[in-house]
Design a protein. Structure first.
Length: 681
């Protein structure tokens, strides 16, 4: 089986040798060998099966006694078709992996099971891979000598800076048209630690100096030995390295060093920033949740999908795998710099629909084109409905040669490119990585002054995910649909020419399997709505954020007849101020009434009866948006006053206390008895 991790989808370019010079006008892309083998499990058929919820098999499972673990019905399913099938792990309450024996292909088994009336769908459980190093024809011509940086520009994290204006006199090759203006976003927010981005990838290096303290405990979903190192679902999301030996992932495959791909993508999202160490991240102060789904030979769809559910906090140990607890730190955003070829499979559609309904935004790399095969078609899961698919740009805003494109793309962001004729690459994407070619060693960086160039749409994607995290930091109520709409609505237009090129590239067209365009002039129908602008996106998110409101009561429960003081606390969006307060009673008007002014931060409620009253505060900000908060206050009856003490005696007669009363009663009794005796006489 071909090693798709490098050849189909690994978008990062790590530890690549420097070769010869490249013609000045061409963008270079990461190495990408054309795959020639199937993504199926070489050890036998492997299929994801979703049973019909109202079918007899699922009804029988629901009616069973004991703790329910989800479907493990391969044997029963096999009997229906005269096949020997075994159970794989549970994906969700109605879905499982089913294994067939050697000699049976996943495609053939899926076709058989899909026709079963008890089955909603059955699809091959294929391997996906970290989106890879495309075999752009000019990629191998790396420069061999140093190159002075053009005046006024730096090869540092150029893509985080404010973009250059589009000059009337034409571009130069050093123009930073595609830079995303992260600094503009940081002027409004450096992110919230309560916003979590899950990076579904190869895991991460928890001891990297720029990631230590920023990574949450994740989980490993690499399930099988066919993906070698670190196999078996576990609580360890660290990256053990995805290096391979010759032939490990398929006959004829060369040995490969570890990519540290998840560390690279995680660092773009949320490396420690403003810490006087290493690099800055788009997400600045947001946190990253590594979810390991890719090993040395890639990863299977079922593992990836299980990792997506867990990342969002949507797995259920009662109906799924009981060994996998619910994620205590659910992510609002999932970054997926991985994929493969083909149309979107049904399990991804189901998972993405579930995540979107739960308020989770899924950002996916569009993929890297294969110059050898001539295809620039967006792969899966970037072509699945409901995701934000990201294409790659050169520094001047044109589509970088290796990026996939098409109508599935939502937006484009810098992917790294090397257009210089000699010396180190000027426009890579800086990432965290490791010095070791195999197992973890020491943390370092992939940068333009080494052989470790970081290029690929794997790195465009975390820029968008990091921007979405900043948007949620200023407007936590945003839905996935609103995030996508704002990212697209705030994007800058694509340039209509390419910088410094005497022969301009053609306008991008819809891809087919027969063409390979390389660099081209982007359009909204091929590269998405425009170029990512983090500053504009966060500004738009903030401008559409309502104020936050909270209410506290001086007493709850309160006592009848007392006055309750209500104090409102309002926080304006970062681009606005609070302009008005308004208090109303929405319940309990027969036992309470507002007293005094009702348009300030504090209100007073006089109580006249027992029960419950409800007070509501409406706060309006200068952006015209309002928020409301309510509080229920219970009013109890005041305690009954104690009886007044008896009056005190005077004039020398002594106190008229309890003893005096008892004596008086005794005397009266004696007189009464004496009267009765006199009467009888």
């Amino acid at each position: 089986m071909r090693r798709f991790l490098r050849h189909l989808t690994l978008l990062a370019c790590a530890a690549l040798p420097l070769l010869t010079a490249l013609p000045a006008q061409a963008g270079r892309a990461p190495l990408h060998a054309a795959p020639s083998a199937s993504a199926e499990d070489p050890n036998g058929a492997r299929v994801i099966v979703k049973y019909r919820v109202q079918g007899s098999m699922m009804r029988a499972l629901s009616a069973g006694t004991g703790a329910r673990r989800g479907p493990q019905m391969a044997a029963a399913l096999g009997l229906r078709h005269g096949l020997t099938l075994t159970d794989g792990h549970v994906v969700n309450a109605s879905t499982q992996v089913v294994f067939g024996g050697p000699g049976l292909s996943s495609a053939a088994l899926a076709a058989t099971l899909a026709a079963d009336p008890e089955v909603d769908y059955a699809v091959p459980d294929l391997r996906r891979h970290a989106l890879g190093l495309p075999n752009d024809p000019l990629y191998a011509n790396w420069p061999a000598s140093a190159l002075a940086v053009p005046p006024g520009y730096t090869t540092g994290q150029w893509y985080l800076h404010a973009p250059d204006a589009m000059p009337a006199g034409g571009y130069t090759g050093a123009s930073l048209i595609a830079s995303i203006d992260a600094v503009g976003a940081w002027a409004l927010t450096t992110g919230s630690a309560s916003v979590i981005v899950a990076d579904v990838d190869t895991g991460a290096l928890y001891n990297h100096p720029d990631l230590a303290g920023k990574l949450l405990p994740g989980r490993n979903f690499v399930s099988t030995s066919s993906t070698a190192t670190g196999a078996g679902w576990s609580a360890d999301a660290s990256d053990p390295g995805d290096y391979t030996t010759a032939g490990e992932c398929g006959s004829g495959q060369a040995a490969q060093p570890s990519s540290w791909h998840g560390t690279q993508t995680s660092s773009i999202i949320g490396a420690a920033t403003n810490n006087a160490t290493g690099m800055a991240a788009v997400g600045y102060d947001v946190r990253v949740l590594p979810v390991r789904v890719l090993g040395p030979c890639g990863g299977y769809d079922s593992d990836i999908i299980a990792g997506m559910y867990w990342a969002a906090g949507l797995n259920d140990p009662n109906t799924g795998d009981p060994s996998v607890p619910v994620n205590p730190n659910p992510a609002r955003i999932i970054n997926m710099s991985l994929g493969g070829t083909g149309s979107c499979p049904a399990p991804y559609i189901t998972a993405i629909n579930d995540l979107t309904a739960a308020g989770v935004t899924v950002v996916v790399a569009a993929g890297n084109a294969d110059g050898t095969n001539g295809s620039e078609i967006v792969g899966t899961p970037a072509n699945c409905p409901g995701v934000i698919a990201v294409a790659g740009l050169r520094n001047v805003g044109t589509k970088v040669g290796y990026s996939a494109l098409g109508s599935s793309v939502a937006i484009a962001a810098p992917a790294g490119n090397c257009v210089n004729t000699s010396g180190a690459c000027i426009y890579p994407i800086l990432t965290a990585t490791d010095t070791s070619a195999t197992t973890p060693g020491a943390g370092t960086y992939s940068y333009s002054d080494t052989a470790n160039y970081a290029l690929g749409t794997s790195f465009s994607t975390p820029m968008v995910a990091g921007t979405a995290a900043l948007m949620l930091s200023v407007n936590p109520g945003l839905t996935p649909g609103q995030i996508k709409s704002m990212l697209q609505g705030s994007a800058r237009p694509f340039p209509t020419t390419s910088a410094g090129e005497a022969t301009q590239p053609a306008v991008c067209v819809q891809p087919t399997a027969q063409i390979y365009e390389g660099e081209c002039i982007c359009t909204t129908s091929t590269c998405g709505a425009g170029m990512l602008d983090a500053g504009n996106a966060v500004t738009m998110a903030a401008a559409n954020a309502p104020p936050s409101v909270a209410i506290a009561a001086s007493a709850n429960p309160a006592l009848e007849g007392n006055t309750v003081t209500l104090t409102g606390t309002a926080t304006a969006p970062v681009t606005a101020v609070i302009t008005s307060y308004q208090w109303t009673l929405t319940g309990g008007g027969t036992i309470a009434a507002l007293s005094g002014t009702t348009n300030g931060a504090t209100a007073y409620v006089e109580t006249t009866g027992t029960g419950t009253f409800t007070a509501q505060l409406t706060v309006t900000a200068s952006n015209g948006l309002a928020s409301q908060s309510s509080i229920n206050v219970t009013v109890n009856a005041a305690p009954t006053p104690a009886p007044a003490p008896a009056p005190q005696g005077g004039g020398g007669g002594g106190a008229t206390g309890p003893a005096w009363v008892l004596g008086l009663l005794a005397a009266v009794g004696l007189l009464a008895r004496a009267g009765r005796r006199a009467g009888r006489a």
